[in-house]
Write a protein that binds this ligand. Sequence first.
Ligand SMILES: O=c1ccn([C@H]2C[C@H](O)[C@@H](COP(=O)(O)OP(=O)(O)OP(=O)(O)O)O2)c(=O)[nH]1
Length: 195
Amino acid sequence: MILSDSDILSRLAEGDLVVDPIDDVDMQVQPASVDLRLGTEFLEFQRTNISCIHPNREHEVSEYVRETHVPEGDDFILHPGDFVLGTTKERVAIPDDLLATVEGRSSLGRLAVVIHATAGIVDPGYEGQITLELSNLGTAPVALTPGMRISQLVFTEMKSPADRPYGVERGSKYQGQRGPQASRLSSDPEFGGDE
Ligand SMILES: O=c1ccn([C@H]2C[C@H](O)[C@@H](COP(=O)(O)OP(=O)(O)OP(=O)(O)O)O2)c(=O)[nH]1
């Protein structure tokens, strides 16, 4: 079952669901979602001499990305074909009986701005800011302004709470993330850590 605006407000008031800060309830709480705003940090991918990125080599991934800070009030220009990581301004905490999905906003989609390439699931138990996979599929640059509403979070109530929710207890690698975070695939057990 998907939470409605009143369900969302009740769960926020109970305190186990957290979306923080919500500065304007009327603006951010939608009929069946909560709008999230763009943060000020970005990770851009730079040209590199590495022949290819091995996702299991943490040092190659970190050499590939460069952090940029854009103060609120300034623009980050997303050029056609660009792919950058952004972050939500809000920190979220998802209780064990809810699953959240990050969705785009139609108004930005109509400008060819996409906010997640593949991943869109925010697990039960997750706590932190949400990394956004921003791309511009159009033909004109688009100005993104930190603080603007960029994505929305939809909450689904599960049939039963997760037995093993996302969290440090199970070694979940993005738990507690602040700001945009590059891939940490290198810490997956099947890769056996960084080389
Ligand atoms: O667009 C997204 C989607 C998810 N997340 C966060 C919340 C989610 O709970 C966590 C892990 O997402 P996912 O399970 O899709 O990634 P993974 O690569 O499988 O990580 P893990 O092995 O830790 O589950 O990353 C984001 O920051 N941005």
